[in-house]
Design a protein around this ligand. Structure first.
Ligand SMILES: C[S@@+](CC[C@H](N)C(=O)[O-])C[C@H]1O[C@@H](n2cnc3c(N)ncnc32)[C@H](O)[C@@H]1O
Length: 325
């Protein structure tokens, strides 16, 4: 579980001091109702909308992006990006997650078209030594990227779902052009989010990209509808989060789909755990995506070391070994 860093949590708490939780909850609800009916972040027009969005969504998107960054660094342990672009940064979530993962970062650029979110992103980065020098630019991401230098790492977190198909295709090419090393694209873990990911993945593999994660291969995705590739991060909800989200359950599961594409091939290609494994007395059963395709592996208890290892597998983990159906 990747929780928000203290400086970010503190800054959000300070910004919400004295504000009505009911008002923030109503704003957050209006925003998420808009998203649920296929909308975008355009209804976020005021500072309090942006804050409500950040309070409700940042813990989850931060956890998802951090999990993706952990997966891509497992595939490329030597990757130490100096520069990053957070495309469609919103409150700056992906930049914060990247700063928490890579101490090498010094050149940080946030791009977004929403004025209220951009202003919030500026306020938040100003309070953290690792991010205070970040550039925060307001404008359409395609225009901003066209004028931006190449970066070691480009991240688009929950952005491409806000674009029409043609814009998405254009943006994918542009992001890849501006990627010096690795591009990470994260989407909601729905069939539609997954579809956007595999379309972008195929488009950029055709341009020479290599998949670092989650796939252990650069071939077509072997999953067949209605199945889709997605992962989850469970995160606890703070008291404030419960209030603003108007929720009762003290945790949430953020489902996400992603692809990390690189100009440099992965050092090792591990298989990926595609669902929560079932741990039984006789065996661990796990759905795996392997270089040879998707299979249901059974790791029998009689193979003690392998069974002990498989008991610790979690959905989304990269795992090594020769697996059979
Ligand atoms: C769902 S939010 C995600 C924010 C942030 N990346 C995160 O993961 O929490 C989508 C963001 O994309 C931005 N966006 C949508 N279309 C854009 C465009 N054409 N140019 C720049 N930003 C855009 C929105 O303003 C919004 O901040």
């Amino acid at each position: 579980m990747n929780g928000l860093p203290d400086s970010l949590r503190g800054a959000l708490a300070r910004l919400s001091e004295g504000l009505s939780r009911r008002e923030l909850a109503e704003r957050a609800k209006a925003i998420s109702d808009g998203y649920r009916s296929g909308g975008t972040s355009k209804p976020i027009t005021e500072a309090h909308d942006a804050l409500a969005y950040a309070l409700v969504r940042m813990p989850a998107t931060y956890a998802a992006v951090s999990a993706c960054l952990t997966a891509l660094t497992a595939a490329r342990p030597d990757f130490a990006p100096v520069s990053i672009v957070d495309a469609g940064a919103g409150p700056g979530t992906a930049a914060w997650a990247a700063a928490g993962t890579f101490s090498s970062l010094s050149d940080i650029l946030l791009l977004d078209t929403n004025a209220a979110l951009t202003e919030l992103a500026r306020t938040l980065v100003a309070g953290d030594a690792r991010l205070s020098h970040a550039g925060v630019r307001l404008g359409d991401v395609r225009q901003s990227l066209a004028n931006a230098p190449t970066s070691d790492l480009v991240i688009a977190s929950y952005l491409i779902g806000e674009l029409e198909e043609r814009q998405r295709t254009e943006l994918a090419d542009l992001m890849w052009e501006r990627t010096g090393d690795t591009l990470l694209v994260v989407e909601t873990g729905t069939p539609a989010g997954y579809r956007r990911i595999i379309e972008l993945r195929a488009q950029l593999i055709a341009k020479g990209a290599h998949v670092l994660a989650p796939c252990p291969h650069d071939g077509a995705c072997p999953l067949v509808a209605p199945d889709w590739c997605h992962f989850a991060q469970r995160l606890p909800r703070s008291r404030d989060h419960l209030k603003v989200k108007d929720a009762e359950v003290p945790f949430e599961d953020e489902k996400f789909s992603y692809v990390a594409l690189s100009r440099v091939p992965a050092e090792a290609r591990a298989s990926r755990v595609l669902a929560p494994p079932r741990v039984g007395k006789a065996a661990v059963a796990a759905k795996l995506c392997t270089p040879q395709g998707v299979l249901s592996a059974e790791i029998a208890r009689r193979d003690k070391p392998a069974y002990a290892q498989a008991r610790r597998w979690r959905w989304g983990d990269a795992v090594s070994g020769d697996f059979v159906d």
